[in-house]
Write a protein that binds this ligand. Structure first.
Ligand SMILES: Cc1ncc(COP(=O)(O)O)c(C=O)c1O
Length: 399
């Protein structure tokens, strides 16, 4: 086997946030941390080797992002995702969340409305609030099969003349949807008609499971090109968030100018020497590794699916189309949110994200990061199963 995900290096003795914050978040270190969205899977060799090679040169001064790095990104996106971007459309950023803040500053004024589709990755609403803008909440619709869709009627109803920006999460964290072309088209029609700019956070777009296909919002048609900024990066795909390098893609010249006014105020500069080579190496060499990774991740998901299907009275898994983040409906456990978190920490010894942190619609849900080695996944399943089993026995005794 060319790529082996059966085991991974321990991160206990590194500065990994997932581990160092256990005590603060879960009041114990005795949990497998399955929360923040990075992987307990080794960053691929072709990335690490590029960095080692760069370190053979003894000077690490200020550097420009080399054109070849953005060339590699362009080729990756145009080949894998069918975009038609040019190197001139790509802007360096150290973080997608920082790019989101900059877009909010560039395209809205204080008090104006920004649409956020909850439940969603918390910085979507925090960034809007922190900048004194108004969160226009357009919650996703959840059907009886646990499948999420856009609520288009609500979307239309919430828009007024002060609504200026949509923060689109595509694919969606935490609900794992890959939005279909027709769904995105409806959003585009409304946004274009109402002069709403779209910040498309597509950081999870490489982690899509067949037969689902990621449709970049900017690629929908010419109107989409005019109103879309796309944030994208290698951090999730190749488990290299520690390099803090991503990018913003903007095709329209007016949009570029307006974005750059806010961007230049902050002095984004050009990032770190080691990140530049790591970023390029990932995009140039990553295709085969990524395919193998997705097979592994989906297998982990199926293990979870199998477990959850045995306890339908307590838990239900949201069907996943992308990401390595399982969105578990735990309302069957009948626990309030704080007790639900305790159940996972104390009974299962697992450190998950509480669904409520993704917005009120996440109440009763938990997010489990299954991007781990096969060995660790077995341990996660074992712990989760024994907690569910004890719960069942306890319930039967009471009943
Ligand atoms: C949808 C989404 N956007 C952005 C980020 C964070 O990106 P960055 O570290 O580049 O700010 C995450 C991380 O979990 C995410 O899930």
């Amino acid at each position: 086997m060319k790529y082996d995900f059966s085991a991974s290096a321990s991160r206990e003795d590194t500065n990994a946030e997932k581990y160092t914050l256990r005590k603060k978040l879960f009041a114990t270190e005795d949990v497998i941390p399955a929360w923040v969205a990075d992987m307990d899977i080794d960053t691929p060799d072709f990335v690490l080797n590029a960095v080692k090679k760069r370190l053979e040169h003894p000077v690490l001064g200020y550097e420009e992002v080399p054109e070849s790095a953005f060339e590699a990104q362009k080729e990756w996106m145009n080949t894998l995702h069918g975009t038609k971007i040019e190197v001139e459309d790509i802007f360096y950023s150290h973080s997608v969340v920082a790019s989101m803040h900059t877009a909010i500053e560039a395209f809205t004024k204080e008090g104006e409305g920004v649409i956020v589709q909850t439940p969603v990755y918390p910085p979507f609403f925090h960034s809007v609030k922190n900048l004194g803008r108004r969160v226009v909440k357009n919650s996703l619709r959840l059907d009886d099969d646990g499948y999420y869709t856009f609520d288009i009627e609500d979307f239309k109803a919430k828009i007024d003349k002060n609504t200026k920006l949509l923060l689109l999460c595509s694919p969606h964290n935490p609900v794992g949807r890959v939005w279909k072309r027709e769904e995105l088209q409806e959003i585009l029609d409304i946004c274009y008609e109402n002069n709403i700019i779209v910040f498309a956070d597509e950081i999870h777009s490489d982690l899509v499971y067949a037969p689902n296909v990621h449709i970049p919002f900017m690629s929908l048609d010419e109107r989409a090109e005019k109103i879309t900024l796309t944030a994208i990066g290698v951090g999730k795909t190749f488990n290299m968030a520690g390099f803090a390098m991503s990018s913003v893609v903007i095709q329209d010249e007016n949009l570029k100018k307006q974005f750059l006014k806010a961007y230049d105020k902050v002095h984004y500069a050009q990032g770190a020497s080691l990140s530049h080579v790591a970023f390029e190496a990932a995009y140039r060499n990553g295709k085969e590794w990524l395919e193998a990774l997705k097979v592994h991740l989906y297998h982990n998901y199926q293990m979870l699916e199998n477990l959850v299907s045995k306890y339908p009275e307590f838990v239900r898994l949201t069907p996943i189309e992308a990401t390595y983040l399982a969105w578990i409906d735990c309302r069957g456990l009948g626990l309030k949110n704080s007790a639900l978190k305790d159940f996972f920490v104390k009974e299962a010894r697992l450190g998950l994200n509480a669904g409520i942190s993704f917005g009120m619609q996440g109440s009763g849900f938990m997010r489990l990061n299954f991007a781990v080695s096969s060995a660790k996944m077995l341990e996660i399943i074992k712990r989760f199963e024994s907690a569910l089993q004890r719960k069942r026995v306890g319930k039967n005794k009471l009943g």
